[in-house]
Design a protein around this ligand. Structure first.
Ligand SMILES: [Zn+2]
Length: 414
């Protein structure tokens, strides 16, 4: 089975994560959106670390108008062409591609009940530079930049750089970071120079059945850009496999429904990352713990592990049967941390109302995404003396292996 791949690199002040979009489709599964996390550098003073080793979700500072810079490289491979357009004139091509980029951003900035609005975005600008997607504090999309990550089957990927200290300013000209986990640079790279992989705009796609839908691919990558990981919900935008050539995911965006391509699971993910304090609908949460009947049944549990590790907890809307949200549970964290592996889970930002009810179930994390990659490395929940020399022992933890061999028994509703 093909699966998503990711790698994580760490330095004293910056953490980089890559998430790739793959060609082949995997089997349907029910898992939910995933967030990505950063643990503060606890070797720094409290003023920089915030004084807590609890994992913080990665996201942009969306509280200032025009704060999130955006540009795209107008450099393209011409033989073969990377992106097929309906308009063949030089200016028309660029305008057509740019409007697809704009609508892919609107997919995420139009979700009701989030603080991620179009006003937080700086105007989209252009650069003629071919390899413009470097670590530079400029959020860029590239169509003509090669990278070692473009191994077989990888259509596109997003490289996100976050900070693990408040006030760090790794990129001259960028403002200092204001929280741990703040995204300081996010670049989207689409596969260049490949005779077998081409992309097409929505206008050109009907005549190009062998091309991948540019809008679907960009919308998926922009989910990573804004801090989301992969979802196992087959219909979700954040599912790690692209729609087949000639096809697009979900419904096309419209003026009335710019976020139409998203699944409810995607919307919940972005609401959790960028909650809107004025939202009165998506304010429900369900929390609990997943515990084994016999703690000794946890295989080789390291000390301190007191619950099922990495259970997938899913909330289904009883009236529609749709997966509204799912969370990878297994840990909690409070005060100065670090994370405790006690089987805790929380499903947040669920819609509430007189007719709203949910069924919740738990399943092992056994596909399509490898538990080690989702729970261990991508969601960097722990740091210790092995990952970071000189790490203070009281803030150290290590991520246990996911518990994947359990079955669950549902208690009947009262
Ligand atoms: Zn992806």
């Amino acid at each position: 089975m093909s699966r998503g791949k990711s790698r994580t690199a760490k330095s004293a002040t910056l953490l980089t994560a890559w998430m790739v979009l793959l060609q082949a489709a995997g089997p349907p599964a029910v898992q939910g959106y995933a967030l990505t996390y950063t643990v503060a550098d606890m070797r720094q003073p409290d003023s920089k670390s915030g004084g807590s080793a609890c994992p913080k979700s990665n996201h942009f500072d969306a509280s200032f108008a025009g704060h999130i810079n955006r540009r795209w490289s107008t450099s393209f491979s011409t033989s073969p062409a990377t992106v097929l357009t309906q308009d063949q004139t030089p200016d028309g091509r660029l305008n057509e591609i740019e409007s697809v980029i704009q609508s892919a951003f609107s997919v995420w900035t139009s979700v009701a009940g989030t603080a991620l609005r179009d006003s937080a975005m700086a105007p989209l600008s252009r650069t003629p530079t071919q390899s413009a997607c470097g670590a530079d504090g400029l959020n860029t999309m590239c169509f003509h930049q090669n990278d070692l990550l473009f191994t077989g089957g990888v259509l596109a990927f997003t490289r996100v750089i976050t900070t693990d200290a408040v006030g760090s300013q790794p990129f001259p000209g960028s403002p200092p970071s204001s929280f741990v986990g703040e995204i300081l640079d996010a670049d989207v790279l689409l596969r260049p120079n490949d005779a077998t992989v081409t992309f097409a705009t929505p206008a050109a796609l009907p005549g190009q059945p062998k091309a991948y839908d540019l809008e679907s691919v960009l919308a998926h990558e922009l989910g990573h850009f804004f801090g989301l990981g992969h979802s196992g919900v087959w219909r979700a935008m954040m599912y790690p496999f692209a729609p087949a050539p000639g096809q697009f995911l979900g419904d096309r965006p419209t003026v009335q429904a710019p976020d139409a391509p998203l699944a409810e699971d995607d919307r919940t993910g972005v609401r959790v990352l960028y909650p809107d304090p004025a939202d009165t609908v998506h304010i429900g949460s369900i929390r609990g713990r997943v515990l084994p009947a016999n703690l000794l049944s946890l295989p080789a549990a390291p000390p301190g592990v007191t619950g099922v590790v990495a259970p997938q907890v899913v909330a289904v809307d009883n009236s529609t049967g749709a997966v509204v949200a799912a969370a990878l549970g297994g840990w909690s964290c409070s005060g100065t941390g670090p994370a405790q592996f006690d089987g805790s889970y929380i499903l947040e930002r669920l819609p509430v109302g007189p007719d709203q009810s949910y069924k919740v179930y738990v399943e092992p994390l056994d596909g399509p995404v490898d538990p080690g990659e989702v729970f261990g490395s991508t969601a960097s929940l722990c740091r210790n003396t092995i990952t970071d020399p000189g790490w203070p022992l009281q803030f150290a933890c290590r991520v246990p292996a996911a518990t994947t061999n359990f079955t669950t028994r549902m208690r009947p509703a009262p």
